[in-house]
Ligand binder design. Structure first.
Ligand code: BGC
Length: 486
């Protein structure tokens, strides 16, 4: 039966996102090679986190944390009860566009410090004023989760290499972000000391290790949200060349920065939509993997592909079929949540998809046929993102050689809107694991995955605590409740 031009064009567009088994296997091998390579040289991937021990669930205490990595800033206080459970109090604020782009270090870090001040005053009120009289060494500890590419040189030192995910504050590049934050905190005379710096993936790894219900060894913390990245457990001896001392555990959590693992496009391929995304991004030529995988870009990929579909099929005069205020006419106007809703629409009449097209995307004639075509495109974009995510995860599984330990089961901590809300995301990741001959069905069944909810915030608190514990000191975090009860 002949298919309609709309169906044919949508299938042609979807085919540009195909990523089959052969491509997956080649990509996994390349990722493992790049991981090995990154461990031998100073680059912007495979960065030591200076976190050398995983929590075991018995950690106790309360600690402040700041988490920045996407459009939102979170300030929290995390209380760990020592029995794999925790509670978190948090304030979430949207970082205004004029602070994220084109501002100065002082504007950005001043904004963060101001949010810390608001959080402390809202939650701890007058005890904060009294705490201002404390000596510096008794100031409240704060773990800082900073989810951008930075060179870490100590648990509390890190210099920004470059921005991504739409951030661009040029004078922060090359500077120590802990110093920038501490300066602004001091300017506001807050009794707070930034004691630990972490990438969100290291926080996710720590959080999953703390909470993991089955108690299986956690081998990876992975984020699939606004951006994407993973952190896993490496031998600390691999970092002695950087002057890192051998840790008592012999381990070092490494931040892979896999978002940039194939910027040379050896195994990734770029279609015309990927090309457009890259050209118009704030970091052309960088984070090419992330630009095909993460939530910051999927909505825009969809927007470009849908405009192309309307154009190719000249649907009722194409652009004339859109409301003038349609988000399809505005770059970065579509959120990944829209794709999740369309992917999750399983009703044969595609009512939810038609409603999305009409209400959210401003398409005037949202017919069932158009909805079917749109669903094909959405599925292709999400499927490629999930399969690529599977590549990065499979590469870490192989690199860790964990499956060589007969019969053991392992855990992976996941965070981010795609793993939390995108229908079928983990299912497709698992499909990729099974396609890798060294993992297969048997290996895939030994890998558990679970959300490390609030991983970035809780992780920063855990890092501050585990770091103190390794040094054999009473954790500053354990002393914090006393400070707040002054
Ligand atoms: C950053 C990583 C971060 C990831 C997930 C990427 O854009 O470079 O450092 O871990 O996003 O938030």
């Amino acid at each position: 039966m002949a298919i309609s031009p709309l169906a044919a064009e949508s299938q042609a567009i979807a085919a540009e996102f195909d990523f089959g088994t052969e491509g997956v296997r080649k990509a996994v091998k390349h990722f493992v090679r790049q991981f090995d390579d990154g461990l031998t040289k100073d680059g912007d991937t495979m960065i030591p986190s200076y976190v050398t021990a995983l929590p075991d669930g018995s950690e106790k205490g309360i600690c402040l944390a700041v988490d920045i990595g996407g459009t939102n800033l979170r300030v929290c206080s995390v209380e760990l009860y020592g029995d794999r459970t925790f509670t978190i109090k948090q304030n979430k604020t949207t970082i205004p566009h004029n602070i994220r782009v084109g501002s100065t270090a002082q504007d950005l870090f001043g904004f963060i410090a101001e949010q810390v001040e608001i959080f402390l005053r809202d939650n701890y009120g007058s005890s904060v004023q009294r705490a201002q009289t404390l000596s510096k060494s008794d100031h409240l500890p704060l773990g800082f989760t900073f989810s951008f590419t930075f060179h870490q040189t100590a648990i509390n030192r890190g210099t920004l290499i470059r921005w991504d995910k739409g951030f661009d504050v040029p004078d922060v590049v090359g500077k120590d972000v802990i110093v920038l934050l501490q300066d602004e905190i001091n300017r506001r005379k807050l009794p707070v000391r930034v004691t630990a710096l972490a990438n969100d993936t290291v926080g996710t790894l720590m959080t999953r290790s703390y909470t993991s219900p089955g108690g299986h060894e956690c081998i990876l913390g992975a984020v699939f949200g606004t951006g994407t990245n993973g952190a896993y457990v490496e031998k600390s001896s691999n970092f002695e060349r950087l002057g890192c001392k051998k840790s008592p555990s012999g381990k070092m959590m490494v931040n892979t920065e896999w978002c940039s693992i194939d910027d040379e496009l050896v195994v990734l391929s770029k279609n015309s939509y990927d090309d457009e995304i890259d050209k118009t991004s704030t970091n052309p030529g960088f984070t090419m993997f992330e630009k095909q995988v993460s939530g910051y870009y999927l909505g825009e990929l969809f927007r470009l592909a849908l405009l192309d579909l309307l154009d190719r099929t000249n649907l009722q005069g194409s652009l004339a079929a859109l409301r003038p205020d349609s988000v399809l006419l505005r770059s970065s106007g579509i959120e990944t949540a829209t794709l999740s809703a369309i992917e999750g629409d399983l009703d044969p009449s595609l009512g939810a998809t038609r409603q999305c097209l009409h209400k959210q995307l401003g398409v005037l004639h949202a017919t069932t046929e158009l909805a079917e075509a749109v669903k094909i495109i959405v599925h292709a974009i999400g499927l490629r993102a999930a399969r690529l995510s599977g590549v990065a995860i499979a590469a870490v599984v192989l690199k860790s050689k964990c499956l060589a330990q007969a019969d053991s089961h392992f855990d992976i901590g996941l965070e981010g809107s795609l793993v939390e809300y995108y229908p079928g995301f983990e299912h497709h990741i698992r499909g990729v694991l099974r396609e890798i001959p060294e993992i297969g069905l048997q290996g895939e069944e030994r890998i558990h995955m679970g959300l490390a909810k609030d991983g970035s915030g809780v992780g920063a608190a855990l890092i501050a605590m585990v770091a103190d514990k390794e040094k054999g000191e009473t954790s500053k975090c354990e002393r914090m409740p006393a400070l707040l009860e002054l």
